[in-house]
Design a protein around this ligand. Structure first.
Ligand code: GLP
Length: 242
């Protein structure tokens, strides 16, 4: 695992965008894995800047999202499909329909999970997976205790994650859904390059376990230690317990 410590989120975003840019230079039809949450936002802004500057095109890219809440109305602003459209896909030249996510409103949720795994496989797998990390060490919505061999499935969110994410729901924890569909840890590990970004002191403990702790389902991100190509980019505050 490569650990890169940078002064701030903007510096991290430039390095991640360099990585995406060189991937797309080699493979314009690459498959990207997109994450939601606040951590990747600076990366998306930097990619949009490069698209607007004419140095980056995503016209042939396909993308897969990590996760989705269960049961939010289609037009809810915090539905992850809508978040990704607003923060990234709608600001670059990704073609309509190029971004897929698990269907948290499907009638048959286990079937939707299986269909999502099949869609990722049919696309040839993910070339570069962008990741944030929860303060409890979760990646996507693989909460502590998740099987290290898990695939896309339904999960119950922990109270900690619902409290963390309440800021996106006007501070109302009760408005945060209780369930989600998420790529499993084994799904994420199948991506060819994992790029995790974390900033701020609130992530310091999770980053400490991720980089220096034993691999454990209680800190799900630690599975990344077994990935042949994992890059962890953190700012000084998130690196403060290393
Ligand atoms: C959310 C998302 C994760 C994200 C994490 C951290 O619950 N499902 O994909 O990495 O929590 O979020 P943030 O980047 O806002 O701190």
């Amino acid at each position: 695992m490569e650990v890169v410590i940078q002064p701030d989120a903007a510096a991290i975003a430039r390095l991640v965008a360099d990585e995406v840019q060189s991937l797309l230079a080699a493979r314009p039809d690459a498959v990207l894995g997109l994450a939601t949450g606040s951590s990747p936002l600076a990366v998306y802004d930097e990619l949009v800047r490069r698209y607007e500057a004419g140095v980056l095109s995503l016209a042939r890219v396909r993308a897969f999202m990590l996760d989705e809440y269960v049961g939010l109305p289609d037009d809810h602003p915090e539905r992850y499909r809508n978040v990704i459209e607003r923060e990234f896909a709608g600001r670059v030249d990704l073609p309509a329909g190029a971004v897929q996510g698990p269907d948290g409103n499907a009638e048959d949720l286990p079937a939707a999970c299986a269909a999502y795994e099949a869609a990722i496989a049919a696309a040839g797998g993910v070339d570069l997976q962008l990741l944030g990390i929860g303060s409890d060490g979760h990646i996507a919505f693989n909460e502590p205790g998740s099987s290290l061999a898990s695939r896309t499935r339904i999960k119950t969110l922990t109270s900690q994650t619902r409290r963390d994410n309440a800021r996106f729901f006007d501070g109302d924890v009760e408005a945060v859904p209780r369930h989600c569909l998420t790529q499993g840890l084994a799904t994420i590990m199948s991506a060819r390059h994992l790029v995790l970004v974390a900033t701020g002191a609130g992530k310091a403990e999770a980053v400490h376990h991720l980089v220096e702790g034993p691999v454990s389902a209680m800190w799900p991100a630690t599975i990344m230690q077994h990935h042949p190509r994992a890059t962890v980019l953190v700012d000084d505050a998130a690196a403060s317990r290393l």
